[in-house]
Design a binder for this molecule. Structure first.
Ligand code: AMP
Length: 291
């Protein structure tokens, strides 16, 4: 089936409801576009598990705070269409902001406890924007399954919670982080980095590798991990600010007393003009790449 591009929300909804009535399974991948291998890995996963694959490209204004990078967020609609088509995506939904947020729009979805820490503490209103747009997109794409990358680990957990709390009829599937050959987590925002800044950005991955090495040595004290990670990050020349080094339970996202299988080590830091995040899920992910 050739790629079908839909801009109108009602057209998408009419189409996916007809698929539902025919008993077809739909896999849905929401993205902000400027597609890279991380996104494509989600498309492939959705392709394997569903009859029809729907992806969306929408740079959602409500999840950006004042002074964040909404205006300069990279966009490449033509390149995105080509990549989606070559991965076997059936429908690409590219709505206009005014169609998702008409002037009288006034309804928001908010998840409470899980959004207080990590990125929620540094980006007020961010998750409210994410959960609102994802709810809207789920109501339009009406998928059997929706796919999220663990690059945005907290986002995945928050959406899982929201789907459970609101009884939304969709299965949430998470997929592992896709990295560049040198370990840098793929991100549309990596395009902001100069070659020197990109070298500094590798310190996030290196510090997570260090954490993995500590775990293999049997270290369990969170403060030892925190200090080792901080030392590596602070020695990177273009690293401007660490937002957080979080050592938390992978389900509740609450701080832990002991690092063990299921603990999440999550980082956010500003490198040059980019705010970057990365994480390692202890005992689940392997960081087995060249350092
Ligand atoms: P974004 O376009 O950045 O909003 O991301 C759309 C989806 O792709 C989210 O579920 C992200 O977690 C996922 N994603 C982004 N980068 C990666 C990556 N490097 N590996 C795996 N998933 C990713």
């Amino acid at each position: 089936m050739a790629l079908k591009v839909i801009h109108d929300p009602h057209e998408l909804q009419a189409y996916t409801l007809s698929l539902f009535r025919e008993g077809k399974t739909v896999g849905f991948v929401p993205t902000m576009g400027y597609l890279h291998e991380g996104h494509l890995s989600l498309f492939r996963c959705a392709r394997r598990e569903n009859d029809v694959v729907v992806a969306s490209i929408f740079v959602n204004p409500t999840q950006f705070g004042p002074g964040e990078d909404f205006e300069r967020y990279p966009r490449d609609p033509q390149g995105d269409k080509e990549k989606a088509e070559s991965e076997g995506v059936d429908v690409l939904f590219m709505p206009r902001a005014e169609d998702l947020y008409p002037l009288d729009f006034q309804t928001f979805v908010e998840v409470e406890r899980l959004t207080r820490g990590l990125c929620g503490a540094f980006r007020p209103g961010h998750f409210r924007g994410v959960t609102t747009v994802v709810t809207k997109l789920l109501m339009l794409a009406f998928p059997t399954r929706a796919y999220f990358g663990r690059k945005d680990f907290q986002q995945w957990r928050v959406i899982e919670q929201m789907v459970r709390d609101l009884h939304l009829p969709v299965e949430i599937v998470s997929c592992p982080i896709v990295r560049e050959p040198d370990g840098l987590a793929m991100s549309s925002r990596n395009v902001y980095l100069s070659p020197e800044e990109r070298q500094s950005a590798l310190s996030l991955y290196r510090s997570l590798r260090k954490a993995e090495a500590l775990f293999r040595e049997g270290e369990t004290r969170p403060q030892v991990y925190e200090q080792a990670i901080r030392t590596i990050l602070e020695s990177a020349p273009h690293l401007k600010k660490i937002d957080y080094i979080a050592i938390v339970d992978g389900l509740t996202l609450e701080p832990v007393d002991r690092v063990e299988r299921g603990t999440l080590i999550a980082l956010a830091a500003h490198v040059g003009p980019a705010r970057l995040i990365d994480n390692w899920w202890v005992g689940v992910d392997s960081l087995d790449l060249p350092s």
